[in-house]
Design a protein around this ligand. Structure first.
Ligand code: SF4
Length: 344
């Protein structure tokens, strides 16, 4: 009978699933992924950790609990410290295996390799910790890792190519900003993506801008950003701001996330400076779908009115963004509107 490894469909699974699944499969290990998030998983996760924990970690615990009675030999829970030079991941990722071991969830034995790219020799230890329960053949491990990295690159390239394919300046372009595990978990974000498409918007995410582009944009920022997640988002915002077409940004935050509380503020300041409309949605386990739909529709309507009718209004961030009677408009052009009576 072959080995089986479980991977919770949560947190960095959404970023690295091509890498991890290809690697274990190339070692001859069957990969079992937990089902997509549902109410039972979220409820279980919420019960398993203290109330103050951020929503994505609660979701992770719910997914880990699905392996309690599953026939898997190991559970893969890497200890992520840093995935690139000079930048770090949120501290909760570092403590994830310990938090899981200290919880009441009965889980299979953990495979918990450390990922710390700040240290150069990291890959060797990481690979050995991942693969040694299944094989001792170093060549086989290296080959599996090589294939896995290639698969990850292909996946990332596909996302970037998709951006080029769907770019349409005539449609309303919405950049959806957030952690991958909020953007791609459609139960957690309440189908936000589909709702935007139903409203005839084109949706973009940070992963659709290449890392090189995001990094080069970040050089405009006066200070180096400490968190990988923050770097991705800020770089994507700068790139998106330069693209042509009508646009808006939705900042999707998790309740209880320390990093969001810093980074969202930096992003929103940039958007206000550039007079780009934004909507900040904070997700928690109590968020109601009706409230989200109302806010979303209002946000999209306002951007469209501004585009189609030159309506005057005071935006949600308190600045005049309309065009009327010769006032300078949003993009620095004189407006030919003669119908409005709005005066500053
Ligand atoms: S980055 Fe924020 S949302 Fe993600 S695990 Fe850390 S605290 Fe939670």
């Amino acid at each position: 009978m072959g080995w089986k490894i479980g991977i919770p469909r949560a947190l960095f699974y959404y970023t690295y699933f091509p890498l991890w699944t290809t690697f274990f499969q190339a070692l001859g290990v069957e990969v079992v992924v937990s089902p997509p998030t549902n109410k039972a998983i979220l409820d279980q996760g919420t019960k398993s950790v203290v109330d103050e924990t951020c929503l994505p970690v609660k979701v992770f615990f719910g997914h880990a609990a699905t392996f309690t009675n599953k026939n898997v030999d190991f559970l893969f829970v890497p200890r992520l410290i840093s995935v690139e030079k000079k930048a770090y991941i949120c501290p909760k990722f570092m403590g994830l295996p310990d938090m899981l071991s200290a919880s009441k969830i009965k889980h299979p034995p953990l495979i918990k390799p450390v990922v710390n790219k700040v240290k150069s020799e990291q890959d060797t230890h990481f690979l050995w910790d991942c693969a040694s329960p299944f094989t001792g053949k170093w060549l086989k491990i290296k080959k599996a890792w090589h294939d896995a990295e290639q698969e990850q690159r292909n996946y990332e390239q596909k996302l970037i190519r998709k951006y080029l394919d769907i770019t349409d300046d005539r449609k309303l372009n919405i950049l959806l900003l957030g952690h991958d595990y909020n953007l791609y978990d459609h139960y957690v974000n309440m189908g936000l993506w589909q709702k935007l498409q139903d409203l005839d918007c084109t949706v973009f995410t940070p992963a659709q801008f290449s890392k090189e582009e995001r990094d080069s944009q970040l050089r405009k920022f006066p200070k180096s950003i400490f968190w990988t997640y923050g770097r991705n988002l800020l770089g994507a915002v700068y790139s998106f701001m330069q693209r042509p077409g009508k646009k808006g940004v939705i900042v999707l935050s998790s309740f209880g996330c320390g990093i969001d509380s810093f980074i969202d503020n930096l992003i929103i300041r940039r958007l206000v400076e550039q007079k780009i409309p934004y909507l900040n949605v904070i997700l928690d386990e109590h968020t109601g779908e009706g409230g989200l739909v109302t806010r979303l529709e209002a946000f999209i309507d306002i951007i469209r009115w501004r585009r189609d009718y030159h309506q005057n209004y005071v935006s949600s961030y308190g600045q005049y963004v309309g065009c009327c009677k010769g006032n300078v408009g949003v993009h620095g052009t004189k407006c030919d509107c003669t119908t409005s009576s709005y005066k500053r």
